[in-house]
Design a protein around this ligand. Structure first.
Ligand code: ADP
Length: 300
């Protein structure tokens, strides 16, 4: 049997504490690129190894997170342990049914993802595909972003393909100009772009999804998939005209957490499995539609 090929997702997985409504909090683990890895794992067959690349601490909660990741069938030997640090945490509080998020991630181990360039190169080495997000970049110090891009560029030269979910989160960046510059620079070392139109219009000023496609295409992208909530997904693949693909309406949206992450993981799984781009979008949208009808990031 041929060796399994690797999909490597890079970023930060956090502890999630969610208000159970009875004075207790339920603990989980989630984070955008981890959620994408989880949905990709669900959709991919045995011919694929899905791995998560990140840094954790050496404490008990870091051990539990590593155990959770491995227990979900996601390779955890691509996690680097850093002494003196721990994992990030976020809490979902409920006030009169409204969800509010608080984060403690300022000093999380994942911020050191690109600190050790040799380790990073080793993790990327041989991966068929690498997936990262704007959050992966935002949490790194400026030099780490350059190190990450250099590692991605070398991996691509060796045949790895790269996807980038821009996940624009202004609060995580120094300022908007830095966010724009860094996102565009990372797009330039990516093959597949997975932006969400509501964020791109608000933060880059795109008037239409066609503008979003044109902007990332100019950076050298081979494929741009513009998500737009309940609106059509606009898909552009190199050598083809953009197509607008309607998504099935969802009558009752319960929780949009991980809509984009599940879309990304399922889209990548289908693409890596050889599906045509429009088919990959359809299966991604089907999965995301289910995800938004249940609470929480991971749909069990
Ligand atoms: P993100 O979560 O990254 O901001 P979107 O909100 O655009 O991304 O949603 C990602 C995908 O989830 C959409 O392309 C669509 O397939 C699905 N989705 C999100 N909101 C809805 C909705 N209201 N109705 C149907 N599908 C939706």
């Amino acid at each position: 049997m041929a060796a399994a090929r690797t999909l490597l997702c890079l970023g930060e997985c956090m502890v999630e504490l969610s208000d159970a409504g009875d004075g207790t909090y339920r603990r989980g683990f989630a984070g955008d690129t981890f959620n994408a890895a989880w949905y990709a794992r669900r959709a991919l067959g045995d011919g694929w190894r899905v791995a998560y690349g990140s840094c954790l601490g050496e404490d008990a909660i870091s051990d539990e997170m590593a155990g959770f990741i491995a227990g979900e069938g996601i390779a955890a030997d691509t996690l680097r342990r850093v002494s003196g640090r721990t994992v990030g945490l976020y809490m979902i509080s409920l006030t009169h049914g409204e969800r509010a998020f608080s984060y403690w991630r300022g000093n999380s181990a994942a911020r050191l993802l690109a600190q050790d360039a040799d380790w990073l190169a080793g993790v990327l080495n041989g991966a068929a595909h690498v997936h990262l997000s704007g959050i992966t970049c935002a949490i790194l110090p400026p030099a780490g972003r350059d190190t990450l891009r250099a590692a991605l560029a070398r991996a691509r030269a060796a045949g790895t393909t790269v996807s980038f979910d821009t996940n624009l989160r202004p609060a995580l960046w120094e300022d908007r100009a830095t966010m724009q510059r860094e996102v565009m620079a990372t797009a330039a070392v990516s093959d597949i772009l997975l932006p969400s139109f509501d964020e791109e219009t608000a933060l880059f000023g795109d008037a239409t999804p066609a503008d979003t496609i044109a902007r990332y295409r100019a950076q050298g992208a081979r494929q741009v998939v513009v998500k737009n909530g309940g609106g059509p997904v606009v898909l552009w693949s190199q050598g083809a005209e953009p197509v607008s693909l309607p998504v099935a309406p969802v009558a009752r949206v319960v929780d949009t957490t991980a809509a984009g992450d599940s879309f990304a993981g399922t889209f990548l799984a289908a693409t890596l499995d050889g599906a045509a781009p429009d088919e990959a979008v359809r299966s991604a949208a089907r999965c995301a539609a289910e995800v938004i009808q249940v609470r929480g990031a991971l749909m069990r």
